[in-house]
Design a binder for this molecule. Sequence first.
Ligand SMILES: CC(C)(COP(=O)(O)OP(=O)(O)OC[C@H]1O[C@@H](n2cnc3c(N)ncnc32)[C@H](O)[C@@H]1OP(=O)(O)O)[C@@H](O)C(=O)NCCC(=O)NCCS
Length: 144
Amino acid sequence: MSTESSPRPHTDLPEGRELVLKVIPMPADTNGNGDIFGGWVMAQVDLAGAVLPARYVKGRMATVAVNQFIFKQPVRVGDILSFYSHVTRVGNTSITVQVEVFAERFSAQGQYVKVTEASLTYVAIDHEGRPRPIPREGLPAGMA
Ligand SMILES: CC(C)(COP(=O)(O)OP(=O)(O)OC[C@H]1O[C@@H](n2cnc3c(N)ncnc32)[C@H](O)[C@@H]1OP(=O)(O)O)[C@@H](O)C(=O)NCCC(=O)NCCS
């Protein structure tokens, strides 16, 4: 019998973070190893990360930076992915969020593995694509 231990299979879901997206990757999203392609995960994180800024920007915005992106564990076909987000900084024209992604494995539902975490910055833009100030009303507590 093997005594080798696999990564801890479950973790607590984050408190004080908003669930902004749930999605299940499909076989068409795999790489050559049969795991989910990292670029697919990045696209979902960009979409999920935009949810909270969209609430405050009130108009057009664009992703200006992926400040950090960590693939902690592989994502597999059939995982139920949950994307949690919170605002970490509100600047004059930009909002930065942290996104954490948890996988509920097809074979172990009810248990969550953190697979990815990332920090992204979104900029409010005007109709000509130039940065514009973020409206200060309604921002998260401590961020106005
Ligand atoms: C977003 C864009 C309008 C910003 O224009 P810019 O001339 O760089 O604007 P600024 O230098 O005035 O910066 C605007 C804000 O972005 C932030 N920013 C700029 N570059 C950044 C970077 N590398 N990392 C983090 N934040 C950055 C600035 O700090 C500023 O925020 P603040 O006002 O809250 O302090 C422009 O870069 C752009 O159009 N980029 C393409 C966006 C896009 O197509 N995204 C999708 C990618 S496929």
